[in-house]
Design a protein around this ligand. Structure first.
Ligand code: PAF
Length: 280
């Protein structure tokens, strides 16, 4: 089947209206610069035989820093070629004016988990994410939506919003896809040069080792890891924290089998990278 391209809400709705009654829709929201991480989400949706809708929208509401928004990479033509190759059923390119028309003033606010980890350093970031995701859910009305575990806090908050607001959308989290050096795939990796990529790979090389380390207290393990990362050239760590995957609480002690996860945000050559890794 040919990939449908919708550039307006009207066109999108018209195309979704034509779907058969029992056809389930799988939504893959993205900000473009499609990479293998996105493709895993798409492949899963296609495998489940959903009518797969990919949205490409660099959402201004989730950027607290205008420079970061300006720098965010985009490659519309290439993205379309890739999405067609992967038989995506529909690609939606909303315009900022349509999603946030003049006078727009309604935002989602989650009050318990949005100001920790990434939210501590990116004011209102998750409000922007939840707002656009909810809008896309209301517009596309998907049966299921797919998100990567690389943005673990985002996935956690979207699941929470769906539960809290009884949205009835099935949220499917997909494990982080990494390059051959272990670096978590992200559109932002495109902003790094060879030297930056070489430093960035140290994130995973170091955090994957921690399952073999024996530390009693989370704080001590965090300090140890930060030192290790700094030694490998990652000087600009925004945060490195161990948290429980189920409730994002910070544990006092590192107890094995406790679904603990290390979360990290670090700047490499001014590019903000995040990752997380489950402790064994
Ligand atoms: O993860 C992303 O790319 C974005 O935060 C999302 C979910 C597409 C919302 O803009």
């Amino acid at each position: 089947m040919q990939t449908i391209i919708a550039r307006s809400l009207l066109n999108l709705k018209k195309n979704l209206k034509n779907l058969k009654k029992n056809q389930k829709v799988g939504l893959v929201p993205t900000m473009g610069c499609i990479h293998d991480g996105h493709l895993e989400l798409i492949k899963k949706s296609k495998k489940l035989k959903y009518f797969t809708v990919v949205t490409i929208f660099v959402n201004p509401a989730q950027f607290n820093n205008q420079n970061d928004l300006k720098k965010y990479p985009s490659q519309e033509k290439k993205d379309l070629e890739i999405l067609k190759k992967y038989d995506v059923d529909l690609v939606f390119f909303p315009k900022a004016k349509q999603m946030y028309p003049l006078g727009y003033s309604t935002y989602i606010k989650e009050i318990n988990f949005s100001d920790i980890l990434c939210g501590k350093y990116r004011k209102n970031h998750f409000s922007g994410v939840l707002t656009i995701v909810l809008k896309l859910f209301l517009i596309v009305k998907p049966y299921a939506a797919f998100f990567g575990e690389k943005d673990f806090q985002q996935l956690f908050l979207i699941k929470k919003m769906v539960k809290d607001l009884n949205l009835g959308v099935k949220i499917i989290g997909i494990p982080t896809v990494r390059d051959s050096n272990g670096l978590a795939l992200s559109s932002r990796n495109k902003l790094l040069n060879a030297k930056g990529l070489d430093i960035a790979k140290q994130i995973y090389l170091n955090i994957k080792k921690i399952q073999y380390l024996d530390y009693k207290y989370a704080k001590d393990l965090e300090l140890y890891l930060k030192k290790k990362l700094k030694k490998s050239g990652l000087n600009d760590i925004e945060y490195l924290e161990i948290r429980n995957s189920n409730n994002l609480l910070h544990p006092k002690k590192v107890v094995k089998g406790k679904t603990l996860r290390v979360f990290i945000a670090v700047y490499v050559d001014g590019v903000r990278l995040i990752d997380n890794y489950k402790l064994n």
